[in-house]
Design a protein around this ligand. Structure first.
Ligand SMILES: Cc1ncc(C[n+]2csc(CCOP(=O)(O)OP(=O)(O)O)c2C)c(N)n1
Ligand SMILES: [Mg+2]
Length: 403
């Protein structure tokens, strides 16, 4: 098996903070790797360079600027990001056709964060996130059909149609949470349970938004996690807005990766899936080695509105959106793969065609799933373990409750 190695980017002796990051997301620089350096087989490992402006650190050595990967994995990364994109577009269409009720938060533009994180951990690691969670649910092993079915309120949806956009779960995936910031301490609790049970093989990944970062309970979670040396990576997904409020208008300090003060931090170009993946691998090793929690910040952008009912154009300019679209994570990876000779334009088209037809087929299947029976007992099924239902709801006994 040919193992090719490329020169590592020079690691400068680090002061507290490395200032190589330009301060804004930028198109990852395509590394100079000759096409014949890439092995022919899909499973032969080789190393690719990570753009040197991908990271900014706080009390932390940066991750290595090379990533060991395989052709198969690189193709899979593109496949996964494109699947999320198509699934979100299908959800958007269903919503606009009036088939999805309530909230529907899409993560179009943020796919590199979701996919890079999952490829940097294992399915046994724990993960918890906020409400922008369709892509995460998919990456944790759910099917497109079960997610879209959930959005459509169907019995065969992943939460049997009772959870909707926000409340989806899988093994080792603790949702999908609607209260901004409130799941961050829950993540610390999950990490505590891992430590308490002596589980040293896994870590907890706790994802929240820039808006959530201003919640007091987030800082309480940081404190307890550091105090108890919990195996957790706090991941702030900075998409520049909390609903219609920009980070500049909401946050006294927008360097979210430094906000843990006593937590080492890393700011990552969240439009480059390879940088996200390399950082997550590195973070997992760091935490597992007993070094305590980390605080990561992904600089990304949501191309659509806060939720499907928000056009997303009243609080930001079209020019800004267009400029951000030039850093579309799909194009960034596509360009890298073409340059390295891993994936030609034709191969990309073939993956896209395949994904498109698979997502369309599953969307259609979801659309034809039966709706739950319109009975009250059905509405409350799967909420409590049978026999453990409380006798009172909101201070009233059940027979006093009217719907
Ligand atoms: C405690 C609480 N306050 C307010 C809201 C209403 N709300 C829903 S999403 C949101 C913005 C959060 O922004 P951010 O954390 O940046 O996440 P993003 O939507 O950008 O992914 C707000 C204020 C809420 N759900 N919970
Ligand atoms: Mg945000």
């Amino acid at each position: 098996m040919t193992m090719l190695s490329y020169s590592l980017k020079v690691k400068t002796a680090l002061p507290w903070t490395r200032l190589c990051y330009s301060g804004r997301r930028c198109m990852a620089h395509v590394a100079n790797i000759a096409a014949d350096d890439i092995p022919t087989g899909d499973d032969q490992p080789f190393k690719v360079s990570i753009a040197e402006d991908s990271y900014e650190t706080y009390n932390l050595e940066p991750p290595p600027y090379t990533l060991e990967t395989t052709k198969r994995q690189l193709k899979q990364l593109y496949h996964d990001m494109f699947t999320i994109r198509r699934m979100e577009l299908a959800a958007d269409r269903f919503y606009k056709e009036g088939k999805i009720r309530g909230f529907c938060h899409l993560s179009i533009g943020q796919e590199a964060v979701t996919v890079g994180i999952e490829h940097g951990i294992s399915r046994e690691d724990k993960l918890i996130t906020a409400y922008r969670s369709h892509g995460t649910t998919l990456m944790r092993g759910a099917t497109v059909k079960s997610i879209l079915g959930e959005l459509l309120g169907r019995q065969e949806g992943i939460s049997h149609g009772r959870g909707g956009s926000i409340h989806m779960f899988r093994e080792n995936f603790f949702g999908g949470n609607g209260i901004v910031g409130a799941h961050v301490p829950v993540g610390a609790g999950i990490a505590f349970a891992q430590q308490y049970h002596g589980n040293r093989d896994t870590v907890t990944v706790d994802i929240f938004g820039d808006g959530a970062a201003n919640q007091g309970q987030v800082h309480e979670a940081f404190n307890m996690a550091k105090l108890w040396n919990l195996p957790i990576i706090f991941c702030c997904e900075n998409n520049k807005y909390g609903m219609g409020t920009s980070v500049e208008r909401s946050s006294a300090m927008t360097e979210y990766y430094k906000r843990g003060q006593y937590l080492p931090g890393l700011r990552i170009n969240g439009m480059d899936v390879l940088a996200v993946l390399a950082a997550m691998r590195y973070g997992k090793e760091f935490v597992q080695a007993g070094n305590g929690p980390l605080l990561y910040e992904y600089q990304t952008y949501r191309f659509a509105g806060h939720s499907v009912s928000d056009p997303g154009t009243t609080y930001r300019s079209r020019e800004e959106i267009q400029a951000e679209r030039r850093h579309d994570p799909l194009s960034v990876l596509q360009e890298q793969l073409a340059e390295w000779g891993v994936l030609s334009k034709e191969e990309v088209k073939a993956i896209e065609k395949d994904v498109r037809s698979k997502v369309d087929r599953e969307a259609e299947e979801a659309n034809h799933m039966p709706v739950p029976e319109p009975r009250l007992d059905v509405l409350f099924r799967d909420i409590y373990v049978p026999g453990s239902e409380p006798l009172q709801r909101r201070g009233r006994t059940i027979d006093e409750t009217y719907y």
